[in-house]
Design a protein around this ligand. Sequence first.
Ligand SMILES: Cc1ncc(COP(=O)(O)O)c(C=O)c1O
Length: 408
Amino acid sequence: MPCDRVNRLLKSYVDELTTGHSRKGLETVFEKVVEPTVDKGPRFRLKAMGDRNFLRMNSNSYLGLSLQRDIIVAEEDAVRACGTGPGAVRFISGTWAMHTELEQTLAAFHQREAAMLFSSAYATMMGVLPALITDSTAVISDALNHNCIINAISLGKPTVKSIYPHLEMIQLESALAEAVTTCDRAIIVTDGIFSMRGDHAPLKEIMALAGEYDVRFSENVLVVVDDSHGVGAFGKHGRGTEEYTDSPQVDLLIGTLGKAFGVNGGYVTGPASIIDYLREVSPFYIYSNPITPGEAAAAHRAVNVVDSDKGQQLLTTLRQRTHEFEQGVKQLGFETIASEHPVVPLMIRDTGRTTALVRHLFNNNILATGITYPVVPEGDEEIRFQVSADHTEDDIAEVLDALGRFTD
Ligand SMILES: Cc1ncc(COP(=O)(O)O)c(C=O)c1O
């Protein structure tokens, strides 16, 4: 066996993770959805768990759109009309009308000139950021940015990379001031919503700083925002962190179709000239399949739902349930991070207690995600709850009741 020694090394790596209870590969396996009733939202059946019905508090489908009938039908119709896969990458074999129509709708939804689809938001960030980094670019990034931003910066190899402490605008400004002396272009990159905490970037202030320093860079200061958890779930009309913070439009906005829109895929939206450029140079777009025509049709329907009265009602329900849950956990004495966003973290700050509480919730048929070291720094261990518009008042009460019964 030519790879026996490397096999041994990799196996011992995984064995150590198993011993340390931090193996990501040991995933929960869902088998089916149990339809909602008047007072209960959807429940989920898990492999090897018999007829236990689990309440899911760890889904990114914030508006419940992944289970919505007309979105499912839109996908089914498109699959029947066009088949399952996209067939090939777009520039070689052509694209489906579903892709171009969705791009136009996304651009209009965000009031931008153009939008461009990728297979995921992760692939979008990897495809966009390095393509904008030149030999004379400074990249300035929040310390808690998502892993896709960290890897996109590594791929882009900027001459100057500045990481500012989470949300600290004074340090962001210092990084800009320093970059003026060495770089022609600066790119500020941040998450809109920070997915582990539910807090958000102060986009209005970031845009003001970018505006102030812009004239001092011959190739501008660009602001690139990944609002994967914000779009569809945050802001009065679901436009995300930009809307919530009343910020001017950022230069490039990256979103996902796989969270609040309930489908799959990613996109970037912004000026047509930049989008045209990215279609020519971005390998994650040029050399990789797009989402399927069925996914594009479903996502198109989902964007239209968010933009309708029904979308407004779902957003109102989502805010209401989030408020009920947040108030409830505070009354129970848990520490959380206050936010209108449906990510509600319980800051447990201890690995053993986090694991015990996640187990207690599971024993009470509730799924929530424990986040422990090394995903977060030691002392920041938490349980991440994600509220959804398809949770009922009773569902929220059920989770609070289980939390209230937890004893160490
Ligand atoms: C900020 C951010 N960007 C990107 C992603 C990945 O999204 P996708 O699943 O569409 O690649 C996530 C998902 O957790 C995220 O939080």
